[in-house]
Design a protein around this ligand. Structure first.
Ligand code: MOS
Length: 754
């Protein structure tokens, strides 16, 4: 399968043309017919299979490996251990900027977490490699694993998230609390969660001298090329990453990990292509996860229900050897007006793999706690939760006073509440029942997510037949990036999306930036938009300088691109098609290029966020404590909507993830061994269709003239935030039981009410 086949198909034609149209995914047919090639589907000639042997202990040392037994197994070609692992050009214990993590690549015999690679077995077949790994029969010196709050070591953090300060204070928190007529204070716990993308991390590595081709799912192509180049001591341009399709990424495929580096190293050592695909269980360790948090919120309010203080503390787990944590407390910074806000983080070292970015890192865990705390504060004030949030609406960014680049959160509250039917909600819990006698509860939460913008580049080629090829090295993780990006390019080129072929997902193309932070459409989209405009300007130069053209003398700003033709502004009747212009000039094509980044002065002057409001209805069996989310309504404002079908689907994905966070997801560690006891999709629960009976996502119009010239904000992660709290608050409203530890379990609700 080549990338070319991701051209528009007949399905798209029925929908119309421009940005704003709900086109179906370009890659949809390829995916549902099984013709989309994922990394592990590649089988170059002479390929070997690599399997990692992983530690079964969380902390200690490997004292022996039966390498002889593994090597004696038929088909086994080589066994890599710390004893024979070839050198790397970069020290894996030194972090590479800007988003580097320390990785475990057999640098020594230390074990720092369960499922850490302790050897790599390479064989002619997957079966032989798997059996070889089993025959290694590792022996250990075992230290006691630190797996929880009591056993971990607390430490001060230098930074949280991507370089944010660990402590941010606006105003005097103690003065704010002292001024309050009421203070609500509570502790909240969020669990470890794992990405569990449908497609496990995989790589097929093939060397040619000092050049390497890597088929791998990857959210950050240029950055990864540079990092792999550093590990292998070769120039970045010698690394080619092909990542046409990803079966989900969620942040875990933006960062290098040990197993993939080892497979690439093995391919170089053995001079043959090597494939490695992690098993589901092996993903619980070396490829990141959402870290455990213990949070405390103190909310001070006055007699009118206005905040006087908002204090959010987060103790966040990380590994024993790296620093990434969920920057959970920062969720309290951008949302509610309060004269005093304090967000602070502390780290907790455990014997686990290092956490990493996972779908709304920080915002998801932090807003879960914040939105429940806000509900508790509203109830303490005797106020409706929506009324309470409106009373604390921030017109400008709390603390800094900067204007928002745009903010349509009021409209989200109003439209969401209307569609849900929020008015008339009883303040007291346990007041509503359905026809089957189930307790019914309604809850809400505010959604917020920041709008990062990654520098990106693109190329747009107008071809002799009047169609275009546009190129940027982005990644479509399943969100529909290819489709939306082609719509943006088509608009700039004055073409129908069907006439625009998009190449993406390969690192040799212009750098498309990072597919992360819900910023890919804006980042790569702006580069494509600018490249399209550049191509049109070059075409206009040719036409307006040609005495034989009806556009002669118009000057290139005197023409507009529409429906594959350039039109004179001063006389719309005078126009010429792209194909005619190129033919007369004897040109096969005209190429436009562009780089795009956010204007730092505009970014500095504004606070940039996507917003939303989520309303949840739950039904709880009063005898069994079983919770069902019967309805979820979200209303979101995220600037200009390029493709409403795909955007709604992103919001649905976020809201379902929120449901998962509230009621299902949790990785449970065995206290004795540190092993995750539910490291598979049978026992690690995520929602299935039957868990999601009714979802509604309302797209609130919003015009943002500052966030970027396209006016596009992120839609991927905002849907998780707000939803977790909305569901937990609905559970309280149904049952009167306040649960502050996620996920909410049946046993939390089985309280004696006699
Ligand atoms: Mo994401 S956690 O921005 O891929």
């Amino acid at each position: 399968m080549s990338l070319e086949t991701a051209s528009p198909s007949a399905q798209h034609r029925r929908h119309g043309s421009n940005a704003g149209q709900p086109l179906t995914r370009r890659d949809g047919v390829l995916k549902v017919t099984g013709r989309a090639t994922y990394a592990a589907d590649n089988h170059p000639e002479g390929m070997l299979y690599a399997v990692t042997a992983v530690s079964r202990i969380a902390r200690g040392r490997v004292t022996s490996l039966n390498v002889a037994a593994a090597k004696a197994h038929p088909g086994v070609v080589e066994v890599l251990t710390p004893a024979n692992r070839p050198p790397l050009a970069h020290d894996p214990d030194v972090k590479m900027p800007p988003f580097g993590f320390r990785v475990e690549v057999l640098q020594d015999d230390t074990v720092r977490y369960v499922n850490q690679p302790i050897a790599l077995v390479i064989a002619e077949t997957l079966e032989a490699a798997t059996e070889g790994a089993a025959l290694l029969n590792p022996q250990y010196d075992i230290d006691i694993a630190r797996t929880g709050l009591e056993s971990g070591e607390r430490f001060g953090l230098a930074a949280v998230g991507v370089g944010a300060p660990p402590r941010t204070a606006h105003g005097d928190i103690e003065a704010g609390l002292a001024a309050a007529t009421r203070v609500t204070e509570a502790d909240y716990v969020t669990p470890q969660q794992f990405h569990n993308a449908m497609e496990p991390h995989a790589v097929v590595a093939e060397w040619d001298g000092d050049r390497v081709t890597l088929d791998m799912p990857n959210q950050a192509l240029a950055l990864s090329c540079a990092s792999y180049a550093a590990y292998f001591g070769i120039p970045a341009e010698n690394v080619l990453i092909r990542s046409p399709f990803l079966g989900g990424g969620f942040g875990s495929k933006a960062i290098l990990n040990g197993p993939q580096i080892l497979a690439i190293l093995a391919a170089r050592m053995l001079k043959r292509p090597v494939k490695l695909a992690l098993t589901r269980t092996q993903m619980y360790g070396p490829v990141g996860h959402r870290g455990h948090t213990w949070q405390k919120l103190r909310i001070g309010t006055d007699n009118e229900g206005r905040l006087t203080a908002l204090h959010h503390q987060a103790l966040c787990a990380t590994s024993s050897f790296d620093e990434f944590i969920e920057p959970a407390a920062n969720a309290s910074l951008p949302l509610y007006a309060s004269p005093a806000i304090l967000a602070e983080h502390e780290g907790l070292r455990l014997d686990i793999g290092t956490p990493g970015p996972m779908r709304a890192p920080g915002e998801a865990s932090g807003s879960a706690a914040l939105e429940v705390a806000m509900d508790e504060a509203a109830i303490a004030c005797g106020m409706d939760p929506l009324e309470f949030r409106l009373a604390n609406y921030a017109e400008t960014e709390p603390g800094t006073g900067r204007p928002f680049s745009s903010k349509a959160l009021r409209e989200c509250y109003a439209e969401g509440a209307k569609r849900f039917g929020w008015s008339g909600r009883p303040l007291e819990p346990r007041r509503m029942r359905d026809e089957n006698g189930f307790l019914v509860g309604w809850g809400m939460g505010t959604a917020v997510f920041h709008c990062p913008h990654f520098p990106a580049e693109a190329r747009a080629t107008l071809r002799a037949d009047g169609t275009a090829l546009v190129e940027t090295a982005g990644a479509d993780m399943g969100q529909g990036a290819w489709t939306a990006l082609a719509q943006i390019a088509a608009e700039a080129l004055g073409l129908d999306p069907d006439q625009v072929e998009l190449h993406s997902g390969i690192s040799s193309l212009p750098d498309g930036g990072i597919a992360g932070g819900s910023g890919h459409t804006a980042s790569a989209g702006l580069a494509l938009h600018n490249a399209g405009e550049d191509a049109i300007a070059r075409l206009a130069e040719i036409a307006t300088a040609d005495p034989a053209s009806p556009l002669f003398g118009a000057g290139n700003i005197g023409v507009a691109a529409r429906s594959g033709r350039l039109h004179r502004h001063d006389d719309e009747g005078r126009s010429e098609s792209y194909a005619e212009i190129l033919a007369r000039a004897g040109r096969a094509e005209v190429v436009g290029t562009a780089k795009a980044a956010r204007d730092p002065a505009i970014a500095e002057a504004h606070a940039m966020f996507s917003h939303g409001a989520v309303f949840a209805e739950v039904k709880v069996d009063p005898d069994l404590g079983q919770v069902r989310v019967s309805r979820l309504v979200g209303a979101f404002a995220a600037g200009r909507i390029i493709n409403p079908r795909l955007v709604r689907s992103q919001y649905f994905g976020g809201m379902i993830w929120g449901m998962s966070f509230a009621l299902q997801e949790e990785a449970i560690a065995d206290r004795r061994t540190g092993r995750i006891m539910n490291a598979d999709l049978a026992e690690y629960h995520v929602p299935v269709n039957a868990d999601v009976p009714s979802l509604d996502a309302i797209l609130i119009p919003e015009d943002d003239p500052y966030v970027n010239p396209l006016g596009v904000k992120g839609v991927g992660e905002v849907g998780i935030t707000g939803t977790v709290g909305a569901i937990a608050n609905a559970v309280w409203h149904a049952t009167g039981v306040r649960v502050r530890r996620f996920p909410i379990r049946i046993e939390d609700l089985l309280v004696d009410r006699t």
